[in-house]
Ligand binder design. Sequence first.
Ligand SMILES: [Zn+2]
Length: 311
Amino acid sequence: MQIKILGSAAGGGFPQWNCACPNCSGIRSGQLQATPRTQTQLAFTPDGSIWFLLGASPDLRTQILAAPQLAPPDGEPTGTPIGGVFLPSADVDSLMGLLHLREFQSFFLFATPAIQKIVQTENRIFDVLHRADPPVQWQSLTPGSRLACRFGEDPSAPPTFICSPISVGGGFPDYMSSELRRSLSSQESVIALRFEQSGKSFFFAPSLPEISGEWLKAAATSTVAFLDGTFWSDDELLSTGRGQKNAREMGHLPLSGPDGLLAQFPSDSAARKILIHINNTNPILDENSAEHRAVRDAGFEIASDGMEISL
Ligand SMILES: [Zn+2]
């Protein structure tokens, strides 16, 4: 499998258009040693030719154009190597990019039944995806199950890869009606995704609201784990004057502290650990900061746009 990080920031990107926090101001003025980042987006290919997107970020059009692997195949009037999109949640940052894929293109869309319902019943703008012929095809992701994906026509052939969706807790987005919210299973609100092929695997979780044994085990036993690196501290938005909620209330375990991700992640894991979905307020973005050094010293990498990984 090959993985490409198309975007590595949290919602708003880095810098964020209306943010004057020390990081965003510093990168604008050139005073901060840091790299700009677009909003979190992964792509992977199990066979070197068909690609899958993890999430559909608001920056997706620009991110596709920046990745030569995702250009239309030669010799066809229209087409794409993108075979499908896996949605980890119904957050705006996870699905807004679907509107960039509206150009009469057919592909598979993988999501939990709850996320499908949110997109299809209360957000009719996404109906533009169904203008393709054949229309976009929805596939259900059931937390706790294993989905075998096969290329080719032979149903008895071994799967090309296996996807395991894992419920990680957390809530539904604010924009939906309370009526719809009451009708949906909270287990299907936010998921981590684990992909396996030929004994290699990777784990992707841009939102980890709390520690749980289930996702910790799935992440720690993967070859590569992309983990929620949104906030350094629980009060980061409050202390930078950027919000009224703490990290946990926003569905993100902070990195620091005795009950934060760095301390809680199994120290005996052999996984390559890469932090992704980094908020523009996070001090780890400053490459000269103590927090940046602490993350590296703890054995974690910090994702940046354009990173490529082969498994
Ligand atoms: Zn900022």
